[in-house]
Write a protein that binds this ligand. Structure first.
Ligand code: AMP
Length: 210
């Protein structure tokens, strides 16, 4: 399905309402392609750069599924995990979830390095719906048993090319090994170099790039 109006996408009322308030009319190409696929619960390998609207292309379908299937999150756990390469990008993704999910009841927090970990540990104590994290600090907190990935239903690997450039491959692979095998996986990269496709193949089941 390819559509050029948000109203034509099967997005729930609280999301349509926010999009209207934001003045978004047309989905960008990545949004028009990815949103219907992701709402069906399929995996996705998306080739998209920052500025293409890719954050909404994964945040909207995740928020919709959280909204439709409310669940109690266990202590230290999360339902959606988004990995981003830097603190700045993690912050931007967190802001986007807050904006697009303004009318959806959900909790989220950020985990990144370079700052004290106590507030992050406290924020995870009762579990969250959405956790946006950079790989290194996330692994530290997992190793210290402050974060539990066994409840993850949605896994997003954002800016994969930058993640690999920054030497996070081993960390990312370790994090993936801790995820439940039954999950929806979303993988976004600005380029599709062979090492990126290779990593994507090990992560994604079902659908590939469209
Ligand atoms: P992103 O590529 O996700 O970082 O988004 C780039 C910018 O485009 C952000 O400031 C978004 O708020 C904005 N944006 C995303 N999707 C749309 C859309 N469909 N219409 C207008 N603006 C958008």
């Amino acid at each position: 399905m390819n559509t050029n109006r948000f109203e034509a996408l099967p997005l729930a009322a609280p999301l349509q309402q926010v999009l209207k308030e934001l003045g978004y009319e047309e989905p960008s190409p990545i949004q028009a392609q990815a949103i219907p696929i992701l709402l069906q619960g399929k995996d996705l390998l998306g080739c998209a750069q920052t500025g293409t609207g890719k954050t909404a292309s994964f945040a909207l379908p995740i928020l919709q599924q959280l909204h439709e299937r409310r669940k109690t999150v266990r202590p230290k756990a999360c339902r959606a995990l988004v990995l981003a390469p830097t603190r700045e990008l993690a912050g931007q993704v967190g802001k986007s979830f807050a904006t697009y999910g303004k009318l959806v009841k959900f909790r989220q927090t950020l985990i990144y390095g370079g700052v004290g970990s106590v507030p992050q540990i406290n924020a995870m104590r009762n579990g969250v719906d959405v956790l946006v994290a950079t790989p290194g600090r996330l692994l530290d907190l997992i190793d210290q048993r402050h974060v539990d990935l066994s409840q993850v239903e949605f896994f997003v690997l954002d800016e994969v090319d930058r993640m690999l450039d920054m030497g996070f491959l081993r960390d990312v692979k370790r994090i993936i090994s801790l995820l439940p095998s039954r999950r929806q996986s979303l993988f976004f990269s600005a380029t599709l170099a062979p090492n990126i496709v290779e990593l994507a193949k090990t992560i994604l089941e079902g659908s590939r790039a469209r």
